[in-house]
Design a protein around this ligand. Sequence first.
Ligand SMILES: Cc1cc2nc3c(=O)[nH]c(=O)nc-3n(C[C@H](O)[C@H](O)[C@H](O)COP(=O)(O)O)c2cc1C
Length: 431
Amino acid sequence: MSTMDFTKGKTNELPQSTDWEVLRQPIQVGKKTINNRIAYQAMEGCDGTALGAPDVLTFRRYKRFAAGGPGVIWLEATAVVPEGRANPRQLYICKETLDDFKRLCETIKETCMRENGHEPFVSVQLTHSGRHSKPHGTPEPIIAYRNPYFEQKVSVTDANIISDDELDRLGETLINGAILAEQAGFDAADIKACHGYLLCELLSAYSRPGKYGGSFENRTRLLRESVAGAVKACSSDFVISSRLNIYDGFPYPYGFGVAPDCGVTPDYTEAKQMVSDLANEGIGLLNFTMGNPYVNPHVNRPSKTGPYVTDEPAITGVTRMLTGIAEVTTAVKDKVPVICSGLSYLGEEAPNVAAGCISEEWFQVAGFGRESFAYPNFARDICKKGEIDKQQMCITCSKCTELMRSGGTTGCIIRDSKVYSPLYKQYVLKK
Ligand SMILES: Cc1cc2nc3c(=O)[nH]c(=O)nc-3n(C[C@H](O)[C@H](O)[C@H](O)COP(=O)(O)O)c2cc1C
């Protein structure tokens, strides 16, 4: 085990190991055994049908992911109500689209089995986009409370605040979404509370009155009760999971994971309590992340280039992400396996850091987002060949995010250029 220097001169805090054996180790989640320690993170392609069923490019993406042999595929943000879709092509799970999700799930499992000899563990991410809802292509925000950090670009009034009754109903709908996910054949349903979407925003709803705001118990209520309800409503073979923000990156009282009067310095006390409470409710798998991709993308997805500029060195963001995840993981140690986020920036060093962190029990499974778009065979190359191809790697150029923000269907513009370069020209360069 060694500690490498990514920052030319500064010692960094990330463990590394060139022995990748730990990445090939299986891990038990609920009643299922996951083949290896690589997860392909939720990566939305914005390419569903108008009704929210997976479409041609959705199937293409997941076939590529499945052929790439990860242990876990975290199926992208999938709305549970039409008004909570982040774009008009976001996936939407409901009775009408259930058969299409069944087909997608079967395709993923068959493809991975055929190409790699194992079935991946597939968790579908159930979401309400809240403040970032754009079901018809323009903002239709549904918010938990007024937050100035978000209201410069997209203006809202108090009328956009969702009521307690509507949140009660949303809890029921999320539980129903988990039931549908089990019927579709998935292994798990993720009650999503990350990246500033509605359940994440509630975690910092300090100023909200009523049963969903103010105290820690109230702010975490919808997540906790939805998880508890879904655990009860689904069979014991099915796992309820959650992708969670352990830190938002905004000062108190406008972000989760910070203490009063401490600026944006992380304070993981509440995150640790929250994940411990979720473990007590029977959550079977956790996936930790941070930040808000719309306002502070350097916290969520540090990158080498792109239109968003920050003074913070990208490695500082990666280090914050991984050390924060390591700290919160201690609260569920030996109880619930944890997937990490934010490794793609590390490029060819990422497998070494993933192996080092897993060996040191910082987390149990290494999650890769942008890398899966660029290099879908990444997991297979690590697990079967023991080497990676630098020419296929993600260069963290941010073009996939740019394309998505411009209203396009997204993927890797650099490594999958036949499909996505024309779309980048059409939507971003407007040629
Ligand atoms: C184009 C794009 C789509 C994404 N879609 C989702 C999503 O549907 N759900 C989610 O939780 N995160 C989503 N993310 C965030 C990633 O899962 C991941 O957290 C982020 O890219 C940082 O990890 P990385 O450094 O491995 O890329 C998306 C990111 C990008 C760039």
